[in-house]
Design a binder for this molecule. Structure first.
Ligand SMILES: [Ca+2]
Length: 360
């Protein structure tokens, strides 16, 4: 298991702070995530003893039999899994499985700025490949795992991970792959899933929103459940832990957008190829095992995102407050709107919640 232990605070101050925080967590004034963040910031030791990407060990002999290369995974995806249903995931555009082109007129998509890439179909990793790289020693510490190349230089993590069965099985897992408009796939990059207030639709009639300034993407409502069940599947199958906040969000999306006939059919077709079903699609009440939930702040599973834009400390929690009258300040209302999906706080849909607190 990848475990990073924060240095322990010694002396009375650290003990006092830990006790005070424990008290504040106990009365619900501070969330466990905030406590851990504060303790690690102060050099203390979070109760979970874990920060950053963590994973639950998996038994390599029980991994699904996913395609052996990404090229064959893409071919099987476009030609076999989507046979008779050649529609891209987010935008519902018709695509040509052989030519690998997208008919943008079929779905009213207008490219944001890269028309050439927008006209290509690409295989999107809903759980980004860079994220699971962050869980694997081959990516984090390639020198230790793969040594140096003939010139004495470090081998890139992605290359080193080509020898890692867990990484490669996850990378080519058809349950996590969806045909997408190339430009949308590129723009989504490895951003986290979440809510994006306001009207940030930039691809014509396609309802996906992507905000690179906060490294977040909000999918169209019709696929929010599909994405949640895919994220749960990847976590449960490969031991990639999700943050508590992400699990909350995905549980909400899972209920908002229940399984439909095509999602079931897709699941069956994938099982026929690689031998396993996504149980979050077949079992109605299936929940992610708590051993796959991490106390790290939301987005901490994304090593790149953390390095570029550190996730802000989660000061608030999604439950139990619901209305503007219960919010103490504008910042808290914004948190509930963007992190908890409480769109009731923004009735006019202009992206600013609670006029009484935030103005507008
Ligand atoms: Ca759906």
């Amino acid at each position: 298991m990848a475990k990073k232990t924060a240095p322990k605070t010694t002396g009375k101050i650290g003990g006092f702070l830990a006790a005070l925080l424990a008290l504040l967590v106990g009365v619900g004034f501070v969330s466990p995530d905030t406590r851990d963040w504060l303790l690690s910031w102060l050099g203390g030791s979070p109760s979970s003893q874990q920060t950053g990407p963590t994973s639950t060990p998996v038994d390599a002999s029980k991994l699904p039999k996913t395609p052996s290369s990404f090229d064959s995974a893409k071919r099987i995806l476009y030609e076999k899994i989507y046979a008779g249903h050649s529609k891209t995931f987010y935008c519902g555009c018709d695509f040509d499985p052989k030519q690998r082109t997208v008919d943008l007129a079929s779905c009213g998509v207008t490219p944001r700025k890269n028309a050439e890439r927008a006209s290509r179909v690409e295989a999107e990793h809903v759980f980004p490949a860079e994220w699971f790289g962050g869980f694997r020693p081959c990516w984090r510490d390639s020198e230790k795992v793969c040594g140096l190349d003939s010139k004495g230089e470090k081998i890139p993590g992605r290359k080193c991970c080509e020898k890692d069965p867990v990484f490669m099985t996850a990378h080519n897992d058809l349950h996590n792959l969806y045909p997408a408009v190339g430009e949308v796939n590129g723009d989504r990059s490895n951003f986290s899933w979440g809510m994006i207030p306001g009207n940030k639709q930039e691809y014509g009639r396609c309802a996906i929103k992507i905000d690179s300034s906060i490294r977040r993407a909000e999918p169209p409502d019709a696929v929010k459940g599909d994405i949640s069940r895919t994220m749960f599947y990847m976590s449960a199958t490969y031991g990639f832990r999700l943050s508590r906040q992400d699990v909350q969000l995905f549980n909400a999306w899972d209920k908002q957008d229940p399984v439909d006939a095509w999602e079931q059919e897709r699941n069956r077709r994938i099982a026929a190829v690689q031998g396993n079903l996504n149980p979050f699609i077949t079992e109605d009440s299936k929940q992610l095992d708590s051993s796959h939930v991490s106390d790290a702040p939301a987005g901490a599973v994304t090593p790149t995102a953390v390095a570029v834009t550190p996730a802000p400390a989660p000061v608030y929690r999604c439950e139990p407050k619901k209305t503007c009258g219960q919010m103490t300040r504008c910042e808290e209302a914004r948190y509930h709107l963007t992190q908890c999906g409480n769109t009731g706080l923004d009735r006019d849909g202009d992206g600013t919640p609670c006029a009484s607190l935030c103005g507008g």
